[in-house]
Design a protein around this ligand. Structure first.
Ligand code: FES
Length: 187
């Protein structure tokens, strides 16, 4: 059978269109669903009728054994101004901060990894500072860097509670760093 040039072009366009449709179908209906979310972050939720994400998902703070931390019990157990290491976002060592009057937690937590090379920074209760054992960086009680070589303050995380259970929740801190007024360096 003979085909004119325009017929061949249309046929080629149809093939390309079909290829694209098949490609999209394969992405959306097979094991590549997470990839679809990456490729089409705004459209995938609309396609599947899933509500759009409203921001980072909170994670339950846990103690060293992996047990959830309950706000009221935790505050009662610890004293004012104490910095207590727990497992935070992604299980990373994170300090929860008791308020000065000891009746609540601060609404921010501090990632314990030094901003220099990532050593875990202990809290020195006597000096009321975080002092890195690796190269001597010093941070104040809110994690602001006072002395290098650390280039930046300790990372912040947001602290809230799960309404129904009273469990302590952590989520990434994406707003400006209230200690410096700068954009958070960790995102
Ligand atoms: Fe903390 Fe170097 S890792 S000062």
């Amino acid at each position: 059978m003979m085909y004119g040039k325009s017929t061949l072009m249309m046929s080629g366009q149809n093939d390309t269109l079909n290829d694209r449709r098949n490609f999209l179908r394969d992405i959306l209906l097979t094991s590549s669903f997470p990839m679809a979310s990456v490729l089409f972050p705004s459209s995938s939720s609309a396609l599947f009728g899933v509500p759009a994400k409203e921001g980072p998902k909170p994670k339950i703070a846990t103690d060293i054994t992996g047990s959830p931390i309950y706000y009221d019990a935790f505050v009662q157990k610890h004293k004012s101004n104490e910095r207590v290491m727990v497992q935070g976002l992604k299980g990373d060592p994170t300090y929860l901060l008791l308020s000065k009057d000891g009746v609540s937690l601060e609404n921010f937590a501090l990632n314990a990894e030094c901003s220099h090379l990532g050593c875990i920074v202990p809290w020195d209760e006597n000096q009321q500072k975080f002092i890195c054992p690796c190269h001597g960086s010093i941070y104040d009680a809110k994690g602001s860097v006072l002395r290098g070589p650390a280039p930046s303050s300790l990372k912040l995380a947001k602290v809230t509670t799960e309404e129904e259970t009273g469990k302590v929740l952590l989520e990434p801190w994406i707003e400006d760093d209230f200690r410096s007024g700068e954009k958070p360096w960790w995102i």
